[in-house]
Write a protein that binds this ligand. Structure first.
Ligand SMILES: [Zn+2]
Ligand SMILES: [Zn+2]
Length: 150
């Protein structure tokens, strides 16, 4: 495929010092196409299968680690199961529906400042933080709720 976004991804891989392989391109392309999504390795495998791409889970895990180390994607540990990866964006935090798994991204200036304030109070140099709020998305079409009702 020779679309513009694909070319951009090739540039990104090269800049990161990674060889431009088919699996790296394909996986990066999914992240780039859906910047709001958070993918587990299993979900990527399903998507790649749907596209007729035969890329094994071991390769997917390896590519994810490489892309993460190259700072092209971000790894999130939302639960004890699988890590969820997303394309690298500016800093944000997450709300997660424990029923349907929907992930909402948010940034709150007050919260960011408060964390700086708390760190300063403890003479602590803040480098990063992870804020994940779990709960109920309260949407009528929440898949977890639909399951419970039927
Ligand atoms: Zn996110
Ligand atoms: Zn939900």
């Amino acid at each position: 495929m020779n679309n513009p976004s694909n070319e951009k991804n090739i540039d990104k891989l090269k800049q990161a010092g990674l060889k431009v392989t088919h699996s790296r391109c394909k996986i990066l392309e999914i992240f780039q196409s859906f910047p709001d999504e958070h993918y587990t390795a299993d979900r990527l495998k399903d998507l790649l299968d749907d596209q007729g791409e035969n890329i094994g889970l071991a390769t997917i895990y390896r590519v994810l680690t490489q892309l993460e180390m190259a700072d092209l994607i971000q790894k999130n540990n939302f639960n004890d199961n699988q890590s969820a990866y997303e394309i690298k964006k500016s800093h944000h935090d997450h709300l997660i529906c424990t029923r349907c798994g929907e992930i909402i991204e948010f940034v709150n200036d007050d919260l960011e400042k408060l964390q700086e304030h708390i760190s300063k109070k403890y003479n602590f140099t803040l480098e990063s933080h992870v804020m994940t709020l779990f709960g109920d998305c309260n949407k009528n079409n929440c898949k977890g709720k639909l399951k419970k009702d039927s």
